[in-house]
Design a protein around this ligand. Structure first.
Ligand code: PNS
Length: 167
């Protein structure tokens, strides 16, 4: 079987408030499947949460964390993910799936997104087992209460958390 070169573009959307080692793990795994990865902060998240970092700050952290990887681009988008994916001619959407509890929300979004733009596949990747309980919201909560989250985020994010929480 001959293989033809294909420039496969994956979009990894999320709130990334802030980017965790779990997100980094999913991004690394995606690069085993896709040629290029576009990591994007959603300005309009489906489950609106109380954000700690602004969209600009989250994007700056992502850029710092993935700096030097020329197959990764970071950005942000507003409006529907599927409109953005269509504009960027993406082949797939990446979502990390940690536990059964993630499944219902992810399944609903994947099905709705397919209705909106059927040309893009949602691909679920599971993180490394030690990161499978990790969420950005837990990182925010634990850090806000003075707990040590240095095993769950990069030193860049650790610094930003300390700075933000001392404001
Ligand atoms: O990290 P999150 O908060 O779970 O990510 C959710 C996200 C950003 C992927 C989702 O809220 C989203 O796609 N928002 C963009 C608006 C949109 O397309 N909504 C319809 C989803 S079916």
């Amino acid at each position: 079987m001959s293989s033809s070169p294909r420039d496969l573009l994956a979009i990894y959307p999320g709130s990334f408030d802030p980017v965790t080692l779990g997100h980094e793990d999913i991004a690394r795994r995606t690069l085993r499947l896709a040629d290029r990865l576009l990591i994007v902060v959603a300005e309009t998240a489906t489950h609106s949460k109380n954000p700690l970092f602004s969209v600009e700050e989250r994007l700056a952290l992502l850029r710092e964390v993935f700096d030097g990887n020329d197959r990764v681009e970071c950005g942000s988008f507003s409006g529907l993910l599927m409109d953005f994916a269509r504009e960027r001619k993406a082949h797939c959407i990446i979502r990390g799936l940690r536990a059964v509890s993630d499944f219902e929300y992810e399944f609903q979004m994947a099905q709705m997104n397919r209705e909106l733009w059927p040309e893009v596949e949602t691909v679920f990747l599971t993180p490394d087992a030690p990161l499978s309980f990790l969420s950005a919201s837990l990182v925010r909560e634990v850090a806000a209460m003075g707990g040590d989250v240095s095993s769950f985020v990069s030193p860049t994010v650790m610094r930003a958390l300390k700075e933000k929480l001392s404001e």
